[in-house]
Write a protein that binds this ligand. Structure first.
Ligand code: G
Ligand code: G
Ligand code: NA
Ligand code: MN
Length: 256
């Protein structure tokens, strides 16, 4: 069977899982939430990377059911954690939304329904969009982001600096935060050019009133340097790799 057929079946059978990577407030060294990342463990092929199956899902139109599943599943996890704690746990959830999903599905409607189903306040959800989402269909993206704003849902620009979109979108669109791509962060202590880029992004974000999350924070030195430069949040192996749901629960239970 080809990957597309197998992926279709995996989505139908509920074989995909979400992994959860911690996001930390750098200045306070405090856990604030998780990014949900899709994982597919195939019976014979083993773990297949999202870098491999997300493009297949996008081409085959499967990104719509996959994206709906990811949103529902991530919010179900938050609701489960709330129930476990007997109160609303002070954690946020980031979910990736593909450009093609945004163009083909009623993403705000799907999100509104999932928030209601699981009793989650919109302010606890952040949608991570890549710059390509904006380039693909600026008008539709603008409408969708405005509808998300009405739900109090936050929007983060993922992999910031690696795409092709115009900086003017940052002014025009309701984007709350920038995720600084790992390629600029890892190794930045040994590379003046990377530091210059990170500083420039932080300065831009600050001037525009947006928060920032550095990806690929692998060492304590990086976390301290980024905090000193004014980056608000960090994510990376220094804190934890993406964790299975139970391990993520243990992670926050030990810290909250
Ligand atoms: O987990 P990993 O770092 O390998 O993920 C690589 C990329 O795959 C992420 O940066 C993200 O862009 C994408 N990805 C992971 N999970 C999802 C998902 O549920 N939906 C979409 N659209 N992309 C995802
Ligand atoms: O940036 P993007 O979301 O595409 O990348 C996500 C991928 O990066 C995931 O596969 C995740 O496992 C990986 N990742 C997460 N944190 C780190 C890190 O600190 N260092 C490296 N090298 N990879 C990381
Ligand atoms: Na992402
Ligand atoms: Mn990313």
């Amino acid at each position: 069977l080809d990957l597309e057929t197998e992926l279709r079946r995996a989505i139908d059978q509920g074989d995909l899982r979400l992994a959860y990577q911690p996001i930390v407030d750098l200045a306070a060294n405090r856990l604030t939430g998780f990014e949900a990342l899709a994982r597919w463990t195939h019976a014979t092929r083993g773990v297949i990377d999202p870098g491999e199956f997300i493009p297949v899902a996008e081409e085959a139109g499967l990104i719509v059911p996959l994206g709906r599943w990811a949103l529902d599943s991530a919010l179900a996890t938050l609701a489960k954690w709330d129930a476990l704690a007997g109160a609303t746990v002070p954690l946020t959830m980031n979910v990736n939304v593909s450009a093609i999903q945004l163009a083909r599905d009623d993403v705000p409607g799907v999100i509104a329904a999932a928030l209601a189903t699981h009793g989650i306040d919109g302010s606890r959800l952040t949608i991570e969009l890549t710059e390509s989402a904006i380039v693909q269909d600026p008008e539709r993206t603008t409408k969708a982001l405005q509808a998300l704003k009405a739900l109090n849902v936050k929007v983060a620009m993922d992999d910031f600096g690696t795409g092709y979109s115009s900086l003017s979108y940052l002014r025009r669109l309701p984007i709350d935060s920038l995720k600084i791509d790992r390629s600029f962060v890892s190794g930045m202590l040994q590379d003046r050019d990377k530091v210059a880029i990170v500083r420039a992004v932080l300065s831009l974000a600050d001037a525009l009133g947006k928060t920032t999350t550095a990806e690929g924070v692998e060492t304590i030195e990086l976390s301290q340097t980024l905090a000193a430069l004014g980056c608000s949040h960090g994510q990376g192996y220094f804190y934890a790799a993406p964790l299975a749901a139970d391990a993520a629960r243990e992670y926050w239970q030990a810290r909250i």
